[in-house]
Design a protein around this ligand. Structure first.
Ligand code: FAD
Length: 317
């Protein structure tokens, strides 16, 4: 009863203070590439940085459990949904700077829009991000990358909304990027905006490089529209310091053909778990646990999930 009051009080306070409405019981499966996830108590799509700031700060002030998500392309939502408020960041906008090699994007900008923006201006450096779904915020949070390059390599600065409501510009160094990691994973800051340092290039060459990389992806990934969130596990570091493809280890450990309910290892690449239609988070997690068990048994290597599981309840952001 107490919880309902908190939810209702929050909703009426927010709806009174803004002209925006919150959705109740929104199915999170509609917001995840995995197409898995039950209802959230409250859901809000922030279409501007101002909306994002307002709702995050009110959640913090009132102590409402909340999570900021981007495009939902790296997430596994719980079958029980989310107790609290899910804020989907759709604050989108990009500007270029007078010196023409820096572009600045609001964190809810689709990554592919940022890549296209740079290409259209003849700015090179972002081509490796072509084909990675999601938002600029999600890419910075998880230091998304491909072909040996990562988001942190081109990030010049970020504007962060701190837990106390302060806004700080930080340089890339402060975000402590490493393989699929940034300091945002251990702090509760929200990325508001990011500046990327690029270089002058030829649009034709940039587009040719993007096309090559997209073609490589098309060969490796399941068909467009398949329900999966990219690679399930990170590539682990071996004792010689080199990274080994998790897909190779999984294949050697007999992952091909494994399934749990409607979740299955993709036949073309063992590091993809796909929802064949109607899979639950429970199916996916059971399959992932079996995959980890097999790799550990065969190689003594503990795989770590790249996909982020957002539990329905528990300590929240
Ligand atoms: C087909 C496919 C291919 C993929 N290929 C790649 C690839 O090649 N390389 C790669 O690295 N990834 C890949 N991914 C995974 C995914 O696209 C990336 O991790 C992406 O950067 C996630 O962005 P998102 O906006 O969807 O984040 P979400 O999945 O919505 O969220 C991921 C995490 O980021 C946090 N977050 C999001 N926005 C913010 C913000 N503004 N401030 C603070 N935290 C935030 C969320 O809280 C959450 O914990 C792929 C996924 C798919 C479906």
């Amino acid at each position: 009863m107490k919880k309902m009051n908190t939810i209702d009080d929050f909703a009426s306070q927010f709806e009174r203070a803004s002209d925006k409405s919150l959705r109740r019981g929104e199915l999170l499966s509609a917001h995840a590439f995995f197409r898995i996830g039950g209802p959230a108590d409250l859901y809000f799509q922030a279409d501007s940085l101002s909306d994002l700031r307002t709702i995050v700060l009110l959640s913090r002030k009132t102590g409402l459990r909340h999570a900021v998500i981007g495009g939902g392309s790296n997430l596994l939502f719980d079958d029980d949904g989310y107790r609290g408020l899910v804020i989907q960041n759709a604050a989108s906008g990009i500007v270029d700077s007078p010196n023409a090699t820096l572009i600045e994007a609001d964190s809810g900008t689709p990554l592919e829009a940022a890549v296209e923006f740079a290409a259209a201006r003849g700015l090179t450096g972002m081509e490796f991000l072509a084909g990675i779904p999601g938002t600029v915020g999600g890419a910075v949070y998880g230091n998304a990358g491909a072909f040996g390059r990562s988001t942190g390599d081109i990030l010049e600065y970020a504007l962060l909304l701190g837990w106390d409501g302060s806004e700080t510009h930080v340089t890339a160094g402060a975000l402590e990027f490493s393989y699929r990691h940034s300091v945002l994973k251990s702090r509760r800051d929200v990325l508001l905006r990011a500046g990327f340092r690029l270089a002058l290039g030829e649009e034709r060459e940039i587009r040719a490089k993007m096309a090559d990389e997209l073609a490589l992806r098309a060969r490796r990934h399941p068909v467009r529209g398949a329900a999966y969130p990219g690679s399930y596990f990170k590539n682990p570091v071996l004792s010689d310091g080199c990274r080994q493809a998790a897909g190779y280890l999984l294949e050697q450990a007999g992952a091909r053909g494994l399934r749990s309910g409607r979740a299955a290892v993709y036949s073309g690449h063992c590091n993809f778990i796909i929802n064949e239609g109607g899979a639950t988070a429970r199916d996916v997690r059971a399959l992932a646990a079996e995959l980890k068990r097999r790799v550990f048994e065969k190689f003594g290597i503990a795989l770590e999930e790249e996909v982020i599981f957002l539990p329905a309840a528990g300590p929240g952001a």
